[in-house]
Ligand binder design. Structure first.
Ligand code: CA
Ligand code: CA
Ligand code: CA
Length: 254
């Protein structure tokens, strides 16, 4: 996991509507080190602001949501269990005219930038495709409200896909402390077929192969040799042999 930058923009809601009055920006620590938010700044295409005035570490594999208004945010997402920070000041993001979300280090060196020239209605977010390698690709969230604090779900258009994976939780920490040690992967697929399910890392390498696919499967974040995998984003891939396939991201965090 020596990808640069260590801290990335992963999802943004720049055009809150339907009575919701809180823009938000989700960031993700994809490095293996803690990153102190006090050393970061963010802003729109014009202004830059500090995020926090006190130290606030983001752990490896952790998402943090920067919210314009924490009360509004938690009202809209009552089931939210992630990390949310309300910066002291907020650079408002344009709805209709082009704008950018920028993330910088304390010296003003740019870590990441997301430029956009349109937004979505009904609180659909702009979401980074976490399954692509290399140049980031962004698209609309699959559902209104998006996925703050969790891996993204992106709208790829109708597929007529009859296979699906559900992963709980989407972020887990298989480190031996007894908390969130594994994920449950539920599958939905047509009966009486042969299936393959594998886990890939972001370089596209197979790291784990399920030798049998059930309706309910467990994965403890280890590779086929039983070794713990590094923190980061992984892709669970389910395939009906000779038929449809689906995939979903899951995050190993510390
Ligand atoms: Ca706005
Ligand atoms: Ca997300
Ligand atoms: Ca744990």
């Amino acid at each position: 996991g020596a990808e640069f930058p260590p801290l990335i923009l992963s999802e943004v809601l720049v055009n809150p509507t339907d009575g919701f009055k809180c823009e938000w920006v989700e960031i993700f620590n994809r490095s293996e080190k803690n990153i102190d938010l006090i050393e970061c700044q963010f802003g729109d295409s014009v202004t830059l602001r500090r995020i926090v005035t006190d130290s606030r570490d983001i752990l490896p594999g952790e998402y943090v949501v920067l919210a314009q208004n924490m009360t509004e945010f938690l009202d809209y997402y009552p089931l939210f269990e992630g990390n949310v920070v309300e910066p002291q000041s907020w650079a408002s993001f344009n709805n209709i005219t082009p704008d950018a979300v920028r993330l910088m280090d304390q010296f003003g060196f740019e870590l990441d930038r997301f430029s956009y020239c349109k937004t979505f209605d009904s609180n659909y977010t702009w979401s980074r495709d976490e399954q692509t390698i290399g140049e980031p690709e962004w698209d609309s969230s699959e559902n209104p409200g998006g996925t703050p604090g969790e891996p993204n779900e992106i709208y790829f258009g109708p597929t007529g896909n009859s296979v699906a994976i559900m992963i709980e939780p989407r972020v887990f920490s298989p480190d031996g402390d007894g908390i969130d040690e594994s994920v449950t992967i539920r599958t939905e697929a047509p009966p009486d077929h042969e299936y393959k399910m594998k886990v890939y890392d972001r370089q596209g390498r197979i790291v784990f192969d399920f030798n049998r696919v059930r309706n309910e499967n467990f994965w403890d974040g280890r590779n086929n040799s039983g070794e713990r995998l590094p923190i980061g984003i992984y892709i669970v891939y389910l395939e009906v042999v000779g038929g449809e396939s689906t995939r979903k991201t899951v995050v190993i965090a510390r």
